[in-house]
Every structure is written in structure tokens, then in C-alpha cells.
Ligand binder design. Structure first.
Ligand SMILES: O=P(O)(O)O[C@@H]1[C@@H](OP(=O)(O)O)[C@H](OP(=O)(O)O)[C@H](O)[C@H](OP(=O)(O)O)[C@H]1OP(=O)(O)O
Ligand SMILES: Nc1ncnc2c1ncn2[C@@H]1O[C@H](COP(=O)(O)OP(=O)(O)OP(=O)(O)O)[C@@H](O)[C@H]1O
Length: 518
């Protein structure tokens, strides 16, 4: 980038993987956000934004961008010391995987792969100290990587660029980690309950038993992915009642609703309603016989549903084209729902909607971990004999077009080859990424002539939808997945013999939303 670049673009410090990426291919919207001058990086320009299990995210105070920094187990200091080079490779791999594997599968418009940046170590260390007190206790088993100086720069997806110039109401962003939206249908499954109850609902019992959460969530991903507005409504209502790590809400880039640091505490729905009121002025009086707070939440849920179902093209009669998933049962037995509603119509998801995209990629896992594990062992045995083949088979990347070809063109029948086994393992790992990604919907009030509006009756919102956390899942993680699957099923079967007391579900009258026709 030359010195004559416009002031917003300044000196570029992004490093892209050689031969694969090119700045000229970076969308102009992203280039606009590159305002980083290496020698002027100041931790005071950044603030803590959030974190997951693997990375910590800080956001810029003025510009719509975030830095995503890796984390390591805190006891693993020897590891952290030797990893500057590895961390750099790791982040490059993450970008390539997002760009060359997940983006083609999920759709250009939903995925922002970001750019690797090399940051001054002093800046990273100061930043790490600065954010430490903001970090939730449950995430402090890991420390931020302050050794490699590598990070990932991304647009801040909780914001709408330049939006603040148009309206005083800041954008609202809803982040949903939907998890696996289908029941496995593989012939390799040995436990019948896996065909009837979804992984998320079963996993709740294991999480409760090992203390990860104090209450069960009623959310069921199969309702969210059903395409039925009524079932989606229930799924979103259940997320609001018990968000765990599946729902976060931001306003103007600030987190306003999520699970509390102390998992025993409950997030305040009444506070959320106060935040949302100015966005739904029609709902502030008594509306359709509902309390105003509930009417606000109802409208809010409808905005989210509408965004999740948007993006599909239409057939000749103006109906959105739908995808139907005939292989899998559409309903999870752990999520009680009136039978007639379940029978009522085969909804399906609009073809290009974000949910359809995520679900299709999740369903690349068509053998289930029970079918994958023996194939993993076949690959392992082969690698023991021919260790040099690891590179050719792209077990640890590089994640490029050739990796993607293996994912797309894997034969359907097992011919006993290692190529078949590797293809299925690659597909499984890609599906795992889609089962663990998050969807961000950012919306804000807009004028009549604005492009990209949600199709709603009462209010006009401009919006954007993105999919984030699209990192590769490690090949070495497969034995762990196999063991975890057994544990989850066993805990579920055990807890079905002694069902948990109803108090383990959140009992809150004031936040029980009305079920109404949508
Ligand atoms: O295994 P799961 O289904 O519990 O998913 C893990 C997530 O737990 P969850 O069930 O969503 O609370 C887990 O989320 P939390 O750390 O619990 O918020 C991670 O996303 C983990 O991925 P990774 O190992 O960091 O790449 C996730 O692990 P992967 O299985 O996706 O590798
Ligand atoms: N581009 C972005 N814009 C705004 N916020 C973001 C962005 N990327 C991440 N975040 C926020 O940071 C949080 C942590 O990021 P992310 O989910 O990528 O972490 P992770 O450690 O990889 O997650 P996991 O626990 O699934 O491994 C997200 O939940 C989200 O709230």
C-alpha cells in the first residue's frame, strides 16, 4: 500500500499466506478498516470485547474492527515459549481454512476471513494486562498469547459501518451459537436414543452433571433449524430464558445480554426490554392484549426469525425455494412440542438462508462419530507405516483448493482405501466447524429507501448477517470426540432414569413469553 493511500487506509501491516492471498482481492469494505500503524499501536485504543475457549477478542474504540488473539492453557508455559512460529502458522491456517474451505461452502456474503497481523510484543503484553480484569472467571484457565505477536484482524461484526451517521439508535447485534441442527441418521449408530434426541439436548445433562451450567436449557437446535416460524420462535424464547453460551446480545458494540459470569445468576430480561424499547415504538403500549415488555420481546424475536430466514431466492410463484432434509427426523423427543404443530406442514429452510447454509455443512457429517472413528484409525495405521504421507494427505493442512476438492469429491462408498478414510475425516472436521460456529445478526432502524431491509410489517431495519468462529477442528481431536459422545449418551440415559427436578429449568414467571401465532 503506497503512502499516497487515503488517510483511512494508512500503512498496512497484514500478512497473508504467500501465493494464496492477495490484498487486491480483499473487499474494499475491509481495506477501509485497515488503520493500523505498527509503531503507533496503543493498548488504550482497544478494549476487551469477548472470548471463547480458543481466542480473546478486543475491539477498537473508534473503528469498526476487532483483533482476535489466540489463547493457551495457563499451565502450558513451555508450550507458549516455543510457539511464536507455530502460532503464526496456526493463524495463517485459520485464515486459509475460512477463506478456501468454509467460505465456498457457506457463501461469500456470510464469511469474513480477516487478515493476519504482526503486532508489537509490547503492545500485546500491555493489552493482555489491560483486559485481564474484564475477563470472566470461567475463561481464566487460559492466558492470552503474548509471545508470538500474531493476531487476526476482522471487521467488528457487532456494528454496521458508518451507521452512526444515520440514526441515534445504535445497531443491535444478536449472536447465536446454534450447535448441531439435525438428528444423526448414520447406520453406524449403536445407541437408539441418538436417533431420537439431539446432541445438544442430551449434552445438557452431562454439562449439568459436570458443573458447566447450573440449569438446563430448554433450547433445542432442531426447533431453530426447522424453518417453522412457530418452532423458531420457541427456540429463540428458550435462548432468551437461558442463554448459556448460545446467545449474546450487543447494542452499539457493547455486550448487553449474555449468561452471567457466575453461572448461578440469571441475565436480566427486564433490562434487555428497556434497551430494546426505542427500537419497537409500536409495542410500547398494550398490544394484542400482551404486556408491553412481552410485546417488545415478541417483535424482537420476529426480527431475528426474519433475518435467519432471509436471503433465499424465490420460485416462479414468489415462494422462497426451500431445502428439505429428508434423511433426518425433523423433531427431537426431548423438546416437547404440540404434535399437531409438528405434523403441520413440512417447512424446510429457504435455500440461501444462513440456517440452510450452516445446516448443509453440518450434514457433511453423515457417518456420525461412530462411523468416523474406525476410519480415523485406518488413517492412523496408514500414517504409522508411511509417516511422510501426512503432508500429501493434508492432515494438518494446508487448507487450500486441493483440501476442498477432497471434501467435495469424497466417494460415497467405502472402497477400503486410505483416500476414502481421509476424505470422510476431512468432511467430518468441516461439519464439526459448522456445528460450533456462531451466527451474528446486526440490525438497526432505517429509512424507506435503504437497501438490504428485513421484510417486516411494522418496522424498517437494515441488517447484516455473518458467520464467525470458522476455525479448523484438529484431526487429533477425533478420539476425544468419540469418548465424549459415549459419555454424553450414557449421562443422558442415566438421567432419564432419574429425571432432574423441574427447578433445574429456569422458573421465572416474568420472563415466560407468550406463545403467539407468527
Ligand atoms: O464439543 P462441544 O459440543 O461441547 O463443543 C465445544 C464447545 O462447547 P459447547 O458445547 O458449545 O458449550 C466449546 O465452547 P465453550 O468453550 O464451552 O464456550 C468450544 O467451542 C469447543 O471448541 P474448541 O475446542 O474451542 O475449538 C467445542 O468443541 P468442539 O467439539 O466443537 O471441538
Ligand atoms: N469479527 C467479530 N466481530 C465482533 N465480535 C466478534 C468477532 N469475532 C469474535 N467476536 C466475539 O468474540 C467472541 C469470541 O470469539 P470466538 O467465538 O471466535 O472465540 P473462540 O475462542 O474461537 O470460540 P470457541 O469457544 O467456540 O472456541 C465471540 O463470541 C464474539 O462475541
Amino acid at each position: 500500500m503506497s503512502d499516497a493511500a487515503p488517510p483511512e487506509v494508512l500503512r498496512l501491516t497484514a500478512i497473508t499466506s504467500p501465493g494464496l492471498s492477495n490484498l487486491r482481492q480483499t473487499p474494499i469494505s475491509l481495506r477501509f478498516f485497515w488503520v493500523m500503524e505498527l509503531d503507533k499501536m496503543d493498548e488504550n485504543d482497544w478494549k476487551y470485547h469477548g472470548e471463547g475457549n480458543k481466542s480473546l477478542v478486543v475491539s477498537h474504540l473508534q473503528h469498526c474492527r476487532v483483533l482476535r488473539l489466540l489463547k493457551f492453557p495457563s499451565e502450558d508455559s513451555a508450550h507458549t515459549r516455543q510457539t511464536a512460529e507455530q502460532a503464526f502458522r496456526h493463524i495463517l491456517n485459520m485464515v486459509d481454512y475460512s477463506k478456501y474451505v468454509m467460505k465456498p461452502l457457506l457463501g461469500e456474503k456470510y464469511v469474513h476471513s480477516g487478515e493476519v497481523v504482526k503486532l508489537p510484543l509490547d503492545f500485546v503484553r500491555q493489552l493482555s494486562l489491560k483486559v485481564q480484569q474484564e475477563r470472566p472467571e470461567l475463561r481464566c484457565d487460559k492466558v492470552m498469547d503474548t509471545f508470538s505477536g500474531c493476531g487476526l484482524c476482522l471487521p467488528n461484526l457487532t456494528q454496521l459501518p458508518l451507521y452512526h451517521l444515520r440514526d441515534h439508535r445504535p445497531p443491535i447485534c444478536v449472536e447465536i451459537k446454534p450447535k448441531c441442527g439435525f438428528l444423526p441418521f448414520s447406520r453406524h449408530i449403536t445407541k437408539e436414543c441418538k436417533r431420537k434426541v439431539c446432541r445438544f439436548c442430551m449434552h445438557q445433562h452431562y454439562k449439568l452433571a459436570n458443573g458447566k451450567w447450573k440449569r438446563l436449557s430448554r433450547y433445542c437446535p432442531l426447533n431453530l433449524f426447522s424453518g417453522s416460524k412457530q418452532r423458531m420462535y420457541v427456540a429463540l424464547k428458550n435462548l432468551l430464558e437461558e442463554p448459556q453460551n448460545n446467545l449474546k446480545i450487543f447494542k452499539g458494540g457493547e455486550l448487553i445480554f449474555s449468561c452471567k459470569d457466575d453461572a448461578k445468576q440469571q441475565p436480566e430480561l427486564n433490562d434487555l426490554i428497556q434497551h430494546l424499547r426505542p427500537y419497537f415504538p409500536h409495542s410500547n403500549g398494550i398490544y394484542n392484549g400482551q404486556q408491553p415488555g412481552k410485546a417488545v420481546l415478541n417483535e424482537f424475536i420476529q426480527v431475528i426469525c426474519s433475518a435467519l430466514l432471509s436471503g433465499g431466492d424465490s420460485n416462479r410463484s414468489g415462494e422462497p425455494r426451500k431445502v428439505h432434509l429428508s434423511e433426518s427426523r425433523p423433531h427431537c423427543e426431548a423438546s416437547p412440542f404440540p404434535r399437531d404443530l409438528l405434523r403441520n406442514g413440512n417447512h424446510g429452510l429457504p435455500k440461501d438462508s444462513v440456517l440452510a447454509k450452516v445446516l448443509q455443512v453440518q450434514m457433511l457429517d453423515n457417518l456420525d462419530i461412530e462411523g468416523i472413528y474406525p476410519l480415523y484409525k485406518r488413517v492412523e495405521q496408514y500414517l504409522e507405516e508411511f509417516p511422510k504421507e501426512r503432508n500429501r494427505l493434508q492432515i494438518d493442512g494446508p487448507y487450500n483448493e486441493s483440501f476442498m476438492d477432497t471434501v467435495k469429491n469424497c466417494p460415497t462408498e467405502d472402497d477400503g482405501s486410505v483416500e476414502y478414510a481421509v476424505g470422510k475425516v476431512h468432511q467430518y472436521r468441516v461439519a464439526m466447524t459448522a456445528k460450533d460456529c456462531s451466527i451474528m445478526i446486526t440490525f438497526a432502524p432505517c429509512e424507506e429507501d435503504e437497501e438490504h431491509q428485513l421484510n417486516l410489517e411494522k418496522t424498517r431495519f437494515t441488517y447484516s448477517i455473518s458467520i464467525l468462529d470458522l476455525d479448523p477442528k484438529p484431526y487429533e481431536g477425533i478420539p476425544h470426540q468419540y469418548k465424549l459422545d459415549t459419555k454424553i449418551v450414557n449421562y443422558y440415559l442415566r438421567s432419564m432414569q432419574a429425571p432432574p427436578p423441574s427447578s433445574l429449568y429456569k422458573e421465572r414467571q416474568e420472563c415466560t413469553l407468550l406463545f403467539h401465532a407468527v
